[in-house]
Design a protein around this ligand. Structure first.
Ligand SMILES: Cc1cc2nc3c(=O)[nH]c(=O)nc-3n(C[C@H](O)[C@H](O)[C@H](O)COP(=O)(O)O)c2cc1C
Length: 210
C-alpha cells in the first residue's frame, strides 16, 4: 500500500452511526484484533485485554453494564438501567477494551496510552476492511458485575467497547471539520513558543537552512 493510500485511510475513518448484521467474519475479526498488537508500546507489555461478545454474550455484557450502573447510581430508574443494558445490543459484535497495566518500571499512564492506541488500531483496522465501527463507553469503568463478567483483575479498567458490524446507513455523519492546527499545535524554538502556522516553516532555522 502506498503512503498516500494509508494516509487516506487514516483521514477518511469515521465512526458508524448505526451498525447491523452481519458482524465481521472470523477472519476479519482476527485481523482487526491483531492490529491491536501493532501499536506503540513501551516495554512491549501489551497492557490491554480484549473481550469479544457476540450473540447472547452481548446480553450478558449488557446485564453487567446495567448492574454496574445500579451499583454506581442506586437511584437510577429501571428505564435508565434498561437503556444502559441496551447499549450492548447495538451491533452484532462488540470488542470490550480493558486497560491491563503490568507491574514494573513502565508508568501506568504510558500503559494506558498504549491500551487507548489499541482501541484506535481496532477502529482503524475495521475501516481498512470495510467493517463499520464505533467506540462507546459509560461513565463507570469498574464495578462488581464488570469485574465478574470481564474477569477484571486489580488495576484493570474497562475503557469502553468497540461496536463492529455493517454500517446501516452510508454518509450519515456530516463531514468531519478539518483539524484547526492553530488551535492545538504550537512550535517551540529558541525564541520560545509560538502558534503553529500552516504552510510556514516549522522553525525559522528551517527557512534559512533550506
Ligand atoms: C474512549 C472513548 C469513548 C467513547 N464513548 C462514546 C460514547 O459513549 N458515546 C458516543 O457517542 N461516542 C463516544 N466516543 C466517540 C465516538 O467513538 C466517535 O469517535 C465520535 O462520535 C466522533 O466520530 P468520528 O470517530 O467519526 O470522528 C468515544 C470515543 C472514545 C475514544
Amino acid at each position: 500500500m502506498s503512503d498516500s493510500t494509508l494516509l487516506d485511510l487514516v483521514l477518511s475513518r469515521r465512526s458508524a452511526a448505526a451498525l447491523v448484521e452481519p458482524g465481521p467474519t472470523r477472519e476479519e475479526l482476527d485481523r482487526i484484533l491483531l492490529a491491536a498488537g501493532a501499536v506503540p508500546d513501551h516495554g512491549l507489555l501489551r497492557p490491554f485485554r480484549l473481550v469479544v461478545a457476540e450473540g447472547e454474550g452481548r446480553a450478558r455484557f449488557g446485564d453487567a453494564l446495567a448492574a454496574t450502573a445500579a451499583e454506581h447510581r442506586p437511584s437510577m430508574p429501571a428505564v435508565g438501567l434498561e437503556k444502559v443494558r441496551a447499549k450492548a445490543l447495538r451491533s452484532p459484535t462488540l470488542v470490550v477494551l480493558i486497560a491491563s497495566p503490568k507491574p514494573g518500571k513502565i508508568e501506568v499512564w504510558e500503559q494506558n496510552a498504549t491500551a487507548a492506541c489499541a482501541g484506535y488500531a481496532i477502529v482503524l483496522a475495521a475501516h481498512a476492511l470495510g467493517v463499520g465501527a464505533v467506540w462507546k463507553s459509560v461513565p463507570f469503568t469498574k464495578g462488581k458485575a464488570l469485574t465478574e463478567t470481564l474477569g477484571l483483575a486489580d488495576g484493570e479498567e474497562m475503557l469502553g467497547w468497540i461496536h463492529l458490524g455493517r454500517a446501516a446507513r452510508e454518509e450519515e455523519l456530516p463531514p468531519r471539520k478539518p483539524l484547526a492546527l492553530a488551535d492545538v499545535a504550537s512550535v517551540l524554538d529558541a525564541g520560545g513558543r509560538r502558534p503553529y502556522a500552516v504552510g510556514a516553516p516549522a522553525s525559522p532555522d528551517d527557512a534559512t537552512s533550506a
